[in-house]
Design a protein around this ligand. Structure first.
Ligand code: GLA
Length: 619
């Protein structure tokens, strides 16, 4: 196939594939035995005409080695030494495989080799319901490379986003055989970089202490950054950096990796015996066990890879451009966000219309643009032990309903927003009493609760339909221009009547995306802010639906400095929800001046979460 000029060059007859972003090149080639050999990911290489133009970059293989020779006819060819774009088990590469399956005959060996490729303009969206990056005409191009081994067909999608200096990758596995194939591990991307002395930077934390930056040298062996909670998690954000030792804010080489996914993620960094650094990312193989029936396909989430030689700032500029231009979408993507006043830290569950209106009125005087009613407005919700699942307004608290409250707020000149937590149910709720089997729990066993609640089984279509219908009624009952979508516990007791436990976490995430699409697709005017006990799901998957994310339940500005600094490496300020709250901080008891609280919140999407009536005249 002739090469298409522009963002993707097909070089020579082997062939090699050259992805060309504005300042970055990504290059790999088909080897003489059909494997995909990684050649270069780094500074732009310029136009390549033939194999001779990139030959100096190819890792040279010694003819003598102690490894397993791929074929006796080619003694120097050993897969353990070849930098590879994809790797299976059982043919002499002993590093982490990116594909691990159990074949119908019980075998686990795979040898995936090049079959063909196709070039596409722009992006190629995922077919299976996962959100993927978007692009305007001319901003991106996609390379599809097909490999096969017997009845297994593996397709790799590479999309280059020129101005963001970013490449995304994902993998599709198809079973063309008659019997079922068990997928044990299927990475979205794998890259083998020459070791240049790297530090691995991760963003780790806990509830109310998310995304603290941690740095360690990449040494021999394997380091894994992952989540098994069902969420992308506050423990380890899916985004990681690989920085050449000595890189600073504005100089030095830095790679960035992230995943467009909100579930169990995994990134492994392996420094091998031959000074190659293998980086893989995808769905966490722990607890993952997927049966691919005859004729079925499985598509992984999209992985994001970026590079800069201008240090951490250069890399962050790439990632911010990528998130801003290719992840966040919809009517609110580029619009200034309203300054909001949220009721939670001011009144908690203690809601009554008179107080809310008084807060909103005072907020308006201080310049607030949007009043957000947080938890406590529905069902028997007087604390966190009851009510989740019952999305009817509590008439004792709001006698005129949401519509009445919203119109009074709007009469003050403010927009109105609402908190919901639709994925969850309290055992003490009407919904649970009617449908105990809708919650994820093991039959006949006492379930483990988190915040006194259970997770609804979003793998089941009838449960998703119920949530969509309930929320549609709520959102259409009042002029609501903003929604805070919360989710306050992680997974346990995995069981579903719809699928095996090894498929549940991924099918859940697909179910969540389906619900978000159906609720907010028809209501593009609503600004969505996602939240999961603060930053328990701050990831590129949720950012495809919600332009901003509540970054943490800790609003102490000093703790927030660490949290927001960590996030800022991976995500632009326009995605980071940050509020001015009362002092001393509810979470840390630290007292800080209003100016400190304001300055830190103003770095992100500014809001307030205090009772404005409690401020002194000078404040
Ligand atoms: C979570 C959120 C908070 C607040 C409460 C309400 O903890 O992160 O911002 O909405 O739930 O219950």
């Amino acid at each position: 196939m002739p090469s298409k000029p522009g963002l993707i060059e097909v070089v020579g007859t082997e062939p090699a594939f050259h992805l060309r972003a504005d300042g970055v090149s990504y290059l790999f080639r088909v080897t003489r035995h059909g494997h995909l050999e990684h050649v270069h990911f780094g500074p732009a290489l310029g136009h390549l005409e033939a194999a001779a133009d990139y030959e100096p970059l190819v890792v040279k293989q010694a003819s003598g080695h102690s490894g397993v020779t791929y074929t006796e006819s080619d003694p120097g060819y050993c897969l353990d030494y070849v930098p590879q774009e994809v790797s299976g088990l059982g043919k002499g590469d002993y590093r982490l495989p990116s594909v691990e399956v159990r074949l119908p005959d019980g075998g686990t060996t795979t040898d995936l080799r090049y079959v063909g490729h196709t070039l596409h303009e722009g992006v190629v969206p995922c077919q299976d319901g996962l959100p993927t990056a978007i692009a305007e005409p001319g901003q991106a191009a996609t390379l599809e490379v097909r490999l096969a081994d017997g009845d297994l067909e593996l397709t790799l999608f590479y999309t280059v986003f020129a101005a963001a200096n970013t490449v995304t990758r994902r993998t599709v596995l198809t079973n063309n055989g008659a019997g079922p194939v068990a997928i044990r591990r299927l990475m979205s991307q794998q890259v083998d970089l020459p070791d240049r002395g790297f530090d691995l930077v991760t963003f780790d934390g806990a509830w109310a202490a998310e995304t603290h930056r941690h740095v360690r040298a990449v040494g021999r062996g394997i380091y894994i950054n992952s989540s098994a909670t069902g969420f992308s998690s506050n423990r380890h954000n899916p985004g990681v950096l690989l920085a050449r030792r000595g890189a600073g804010e504005d100089h030095g080489e830095v790679y960035g990796f992230n995943l467009v996914y909100s579930g169990n993620h995994y990134t492994a960094v392996e420094l091998s015996h031959r000074e190659q650094v293998r980086v893989q990312s995808g769905i966490n193989p722990v607890g993952f066990d997927w049966t691919l029936g005859s004729g079925e396909r499985f598509e992984t989430p999209e992985a994001v890879l970026s590079y800069s030689s201008d240090g951490f700032n250069g890399l962050s500029a790439n990632l911010h451009a990528f998130v801003g231009d290719h992840i966040v979408r919809g009517e609110w993507a580029d619009r200034p966000r309203p300054v909001l006043l949220n009721s939670w830290e001011a009144v908690s569950f203690d809601i009554n219309e008179r107080n809310l209106i008084a807060m909103a009125r005072q907020g308006k005087r201080l310049g607030v643009e949007l009043f957000v009613l947080d938890d406590g407005w529905f069902g028997d919700r007087n604390d966190d032990r009851a009510g989740l699942g019952d999305w009817d307004v509590n008439p004792k608290k709001l006698p005129d309903g949401l519509g009445g409250l919203a119109s009074k707020v709007r009469d003050l000149g403010l927009d109105f927003g609402l908190w919901v937590e639709p994925e969850m149910v309290n055992p003490d709720s009407k919904l649970y009493r009617e449908h105990p089997d809708w919650a994820i729990q093991l039959p006949g066993r006492e379930p483990s609760l988190g915040r006194h609640q259970l997770v609804l089984d979003l793998t089941r279509p009838e449960i998703r339909d119920h949530i969509v219908a309930e929320l549609s009624t709520v959102l259409d009952s009042a002029p609501i221009s903003y929604v805070k979508w919360d989710s306050n516990r992680t997974f346990s007791d995995l069981y579903s009547t719809a699928c095996p436990a090894g498929e549940l976490p991924h099918r859940y995430v697909l179910g969540l995306y389906d619900v978000l699409r159906r609720v907010f697709g028809p209501r593009p005017q609503i600004l969505l802010e996602s939240c999961a006990s603060g930053g328990n799901r701050f990831d590129l998957g949720m950012l495809c639906f919600s332009p901003q994310v509540w970054a943490s339940d800790c609003t102490d500005p000093i703790e927030r400095l660490a949290i927001q600094l960590g996030l800022s490496y991976l995500y632009p300020p326009s995605t980071i929800g940050a509020h001015v709250t009362a002092s001393p901080s509810e979470q840390t008891l630290r007292a800080t001046p209003l100016s400190t609280r304001f300055n830190v919140a103003a770095i992100g999407v500014l809001g307030y979460e205090l009772d404005p009536r409690s401020l002194t005249p000078s404040e």
